[in-house]
Design a protein. Sequence first.
Lengths: 450, 625
Amino acid sequence: MNDTIAAISTSLGVGAISIIRVSGDEAINIVNKIFKGKDLNKVKTHTIHYGYIIDQEKLIDEVLVTVLLGPKTFTKENVVEINAHGGIATTNRILELLLSNGCRLADPGEFTKRAFLNGRIDLTQAEGVMNLINAKTEKARLIALNEVKGNVSNLIRNLRQQILEILANIEVNIDYPEYEDIEVVTNEKLISKIKDIEDELKRILNESRNGKILTEGITVSIVGKPNVGKSSLLNKLLDEEKAIVTDIEGTTRDCVEGTLNINGVLFRFIDTAGIRKTDDIVESIGVKKSLELIEQAQLVIYLLNNNEELTEDDLQILNNVMTKNHIVVVNKIDLKTKLDYNKLPKDFIQMSIANNEGIDTLKNRIKDLFNLEQFETNDLTYLTNSKNIAIIKQCLEKIDDINQGIKTNIPTDIIEIDIKEIWNLLGSIIGETYEDELIDQLFSQFCLGK
Amino acid sequence: MKYEIIVVGGGHAGCEAALACARKKHKTLLITTNIKNIADMPCNPSIGGSAKGIVVREIDALGGEMGKIADLAQIQMKMLNYKKGPAIRALRAQADKTTYPKEMIKVLDNEDNLDILEDTVTNLIVEDKKIKGVVTEKNNKIFSASVILTTGTYMKANILIGDKRTVSGPHGEKTSKFLSEDLAKLGFQIIRLKTGTPPRIAKDSIDFSVLQEEKGDNIHWSFSFDNIPNYNIENQTPCYLTYTNEKTHSIIKQNINKSSMYGGIEGKLGIGPRYCPSIEDKIVRFSDKERHQLFLEPESLYYDDIYIQGFSTSMPIDIQEQMVHSLKGLEKAKILKNAYAIEYDAIYPTILKQSLETKIIENLYTAGQINGTSGYEEAACQGLIAGINASLKLEGKDPLILKRSDAYIGVLIDDLVTKGIKDPYRLLTSRAEYRLLLRHDNADLRLRKYGYEVGLIDEKRYQKLVNKENKIKELENYLKENRINPTKENNEFLKNIDSSPLKDSASIYELLKRPEVTIEKLQEIINIKADKDIIEQVEINIKYEGYIKKAQKEAEKINKLENKKIPENIDYDKVVNIASEARQKLKEVRPTSIGQALRISGVNPPDISILMIYIKKENHERATI
């Protein structure tokens, strides 16, 4: 038997109402104990009822209660949702009442976990839900919704079907070698079939990279010597987008100084050592620190001072910057040029933060770099999870192996080992191939065994 | 009369089972309804073929008899897929239907611990869910510690021709009526299966001059690792190829409702094999195909029957006549024996453990068609394993259970006991996950050690294997240690075999990775001394090294799951949230490991996740108590 869990499923204190969700065999009984109104044990499934939440005889809040009987619910269990009037104190009070009447506080993601374990959703869908919960921009939310609906699963399923047909044909050739009227899959015939699969994998990968960008955002480092204007640039960028600047400290691995939303994509500016520190304190960011920042970022903005000559250190950093998505910005063009432009990449941006010049050019460059305009038009069916993207990459490696095998005349039935592997790998994305490691990982993600 | 082991049935499963037990020094009795039909081949006159040929070699590696007898009985040898990769090659022999049983009976007769009795078993003696012996028609009770049932198609056999259903075995023998009723009472699920066989034609009534001849290979082959083949390659008996045509198809279509399969017969029919369908089935299912290939195969050198492989049917006799006469070369053919289908009882095999012992009656084993398989080779390998395991149990030892990555035999048994069957089970290459590891050429390297451990391979033969292993290592080392230099001569040689010239010196081993370079060709520039079979192993290892490693890695991954054991006494009703179909299947199969559980159809990965959590939790709780 599963115990009954409860949690507040809207953000505390945000919005006019808050919803408390209860799931489990005892969900209806427990809510009934604290509900004044109809007897919830006697109402039809998927109905909403008006009443009050009470503590003994004391009225706590006026509520609407939705009663959903399993299995036609998100978790496949009995579910009750209490729509309360919001307010941190009231909502918490209702939750406490539920807990003292036999519910257990749900672990993070536990509703999703139950939905998965009860066979309501598959792995990609479960991950989609997690993404949906964590979605920070509207587009990220749309992608997550698509995953929940199973569009990604269908994409993978179709591709697997295509592969299965190739496998079946090869196997028939092996088992009925004496029958001459079955089409024989030769290595030559395999080439075009493999090409089709490769194209599809690449398409998924490309779009998935975008998807990952959309859900996880892009980490940006501004690198440069002290006094070059890093903090001014950051403030400038963030100031202009005041409405969207949020402080989400602690929610990501990095220490994020601020976030910027361009065309629905979240840019997270990271800095662990004091971009914000005041300029009169001598900054101790040396070459080593800069290199670390470059390493961590998906986009590096390298800020140089127009009024200073390039040093050996600058050039070393520049070399590293070039290995990443990068934009080189020369600040302080209002001052005298001492910088040797010939040593910079041709597409550097000239800027004067003091005079508000070049900021828009920088933003447009960022849009171009990540094809942000194009994001508007896509159908948003992507894999958003890095693990799954890694699997697609593995599949593409197998495609290379297959092509290599064809080139060196390896028999078709042996090349099939790699084709089958791709089939298995894709299966693990949608939870149709059992992967031990995957389950272990899933356990950790869903806090199982607690 | 008192025996240690009784084997019921003298077909291919029964012979291997009885021999294994007797050779392991257990007093064994083989009971058959008709001594004349021991090791009979009632269907196709061939042994081996894709996947099955590899099984015969596996039987031989483990110390079974089929390979040796097939070598004696063969009248034509062919290595299938020879020009394709080494992973799918399989030997196939046209086997003389007179010689095969004759030679097998000789071997049985010479076995010290084995008695043969002509009688019919009607009941099993069971006490406390333990087998105690059998009851027969003539001899009443015969007691034994173990019983192996290898009844083939003889349980409630019916012969079907057109709209006629006769109670009879393949040669008109009496059939065992009571045994399957007895098994049902004991709790076995009885299923009804069906298999068919084509007409046999008089040799001199066929016009072979208009048909395509199919000859044996020009290379010597043998199934047994202990035989050095020396038959006369020129003397191999040919087969012939013919095709169905428009006329054949229209005869079949016009008369389809007379076929017992398509409503010609009253009452429910057993389930036929999907993988060797009758000709009327092929024509209905693949209606757009203009012709179907048929092989004309001689049954024996000692009589004139020609077997039309691919033409099995359950049409009435007069229609069969028309069908045969529509074929090219067979216009005037004389039918010696009509095609028929045979229906019989089998048990649903998920009732078996992987040792082939039944789960519900201790020391009772079953093997062959009674377990729902089709084919001589499938039967023989089960007989061997049941014989070995019945003996090991009496000796107080653990059973021999071959993994799917060990042998096709392992694949077959695991499929039967894990997935059950829907139609008579035929072994196919595609049923194996690790074909590249389960090759026909390395069956001895894979399995002989097991044969030696269980005592069916003697010291001398085992030493031969150890020698072979050593020689393989020696040759590999030699090829790694010796290098070919980029001399003018060597590069000239490489150019001649369409290989690119060397810039630096390379080890022979590296050079052999090139597909166009072989040890045989290299003999021109360097003297490599090794036997043919050693060279074969080494070359396969070198040329497919990457793929072999991949397959091994995959197999290890799966074996890890095989090692995750499910407690024998697990109560699946206590595992919440498992889908109900999965729960029912798990209760029925009672898999021993997570790996096996995963292969049960209807049990999906999420069910396994839940099962894993349950087992982890249980273990955890038990550990903390």
